[in-house]
Design a protein around this ligand. Structure first.
Ligand code: GYE
Length: 348
């Protein structure tokens, strides 16, 4: 089968990267002092703090909107445990920045040692971060980035290069369509975006657009947010289908929205993975099941296992050590033909 043959070629398409930089908000070119990529190994290093006192961490999490987020929360809770020398105050913002701002103010009044924020959106942080700075509480930003004019408002950030993920997705897609012999066809693309204004959405949208622009036969015919949830992904895909637009390719900015869209396609008698090529992000375990079932064609990895890195950063900061300002994590691209082989080794 063409698909299988192509799969063999594309198993070469594993893209991995590890970049570590300093300052600024953009991907940095330098690669010094890379953080431990092996999360299990990093976990080992998070032993209890020197004088036996626990480090109090207030963590404002986005919510529980996706499998990725659930895995991220679990990783953070496991690493910021008492056994590892932490007392964790966890606050779920239910995807609302106003809840995060309130949580950060609570952390400040509780005089925590370190504040950790996984921001819902990039903007609107100046005031509350200024309050944390005045209180001399270091802030670690995790996952999505912040867009602030003054970088000194937070100590460091660790997460993914979402723009690169968008590029990687389209790079895989165009090679895949070439392999199907459809690379020169006029191809209609629908995009399910994540939460508008989140860096995961901003980066993936721009990466996908920039890379698609290099191929004039690919046209984005529909683009709307599905808020990173399965239910909204399904609802928006239903509306795309109702509009009567012929869709060849769906790019869903996370797996959960792709799952919803796959259900919507099946409900109208379409065969996802064949009639509509499904490109997704995150590479959670359920995406591998979907790929094995032949519904999803590829998932671009976004690693949620930030707990060990954040624990290590918090300890270094508390010890007065310098830390890298910006740290990107290592990620791959997982096409359907490698899914069965890869699934047993997936950690989330
Ligand atoms: O892709 C999505 C989650 O910010 C990287 O948020 C994260 C994204 C992830 O809801 O599943």
């Amino acid at each position: 089968m063409g698909k299988k043959f192509l799969g063999a070629l594309l198993s070469m398409a594993m893209v991995s990267m590890l970049m570590v930089g300093c300052g600024g908000g953009q991907p940095a070119a330098t690669n010094t002092n890379a953080p431990e990529g092996d999360t299990a190994a990093a976990e080992e290093t998070t032993s209890a703090g020197g004088d036996g006192d626990l480090i109090t961490v207030g963590f404002s999490q986005v919510g529980a909107e996706s499998d990725w987020r659930v895995a991220n929360t679990q990783s953070m809770k496991e690493s910021l445990s008492e056994a590892n020398g932490f007392e964790l105050i966890f606050a779920d913002a239910q995807q609302k920045q106003e809840n995060q701002i309130k949580a950060v103010r609570d952390f400040i009044s509780q005089e925590v040692d370190v504040i950790v924020i996984a921001p819902v959106t990039e903007t609107g942080w100046e005031t509350v971060l200024g309050e944390a700075k005045d209180a001399e509480i270091p802030v670690i930003v995790v996952d999505r980035q912040l867009d602030v004019s003054d970088d000194s408002l937070y100590t460091c950030w660790v997460g993914s290069d979402f723009y690169q993920e968008g590029i990687n997705a389209v790079d895989w897609l165009t090679k895949y369509m070439d392999g199907l012999g459809r690379g020169e066809e006029d191809l209609n693309v629908a995009v399910l975006q994540g939460t508008i204004g989140s860096s995961a959405e901003i980066g993936r949208t721009k990466g996908v657009r920039d890379e698609l622009e290099k191929h004039s036969n690919y046209k984005i015919v529909a683009e709307q947010t599905g808020e990173f949830t399965q239910a909204k992904g399904q609802e928006v895909m239903e509306s795309f289908l109702k509009s009567g637009e012929d869709i060849d390719i769906l790019i869903a900015q996370n797996d959960n929205m792709a799952f919803g869209a796959i259900d919507a396609l099946k409900a109208v008698g379409k065969d996802p993975g064949e009639d509509v090529v499904i490109v997704s992000f995150d590479a959670v375990k359920a995406a591998f099941d979907s790929m094995i079932a032949g519904d999803m064609n590829v998932s671009v990895e976004c690693n949620p296992l930030h707990g060990p890195r954040v624990a290590e950063l918090a300890k270094k900061i508390m010890n007065g050590e310098e830390v890298e300002k910006i740290q990107y994590v290592e990620e791959g691209v997982y096409p359907a033909d490698t899914a069965a082989e890869t699934l047993p080794s997936r950690a989330y």
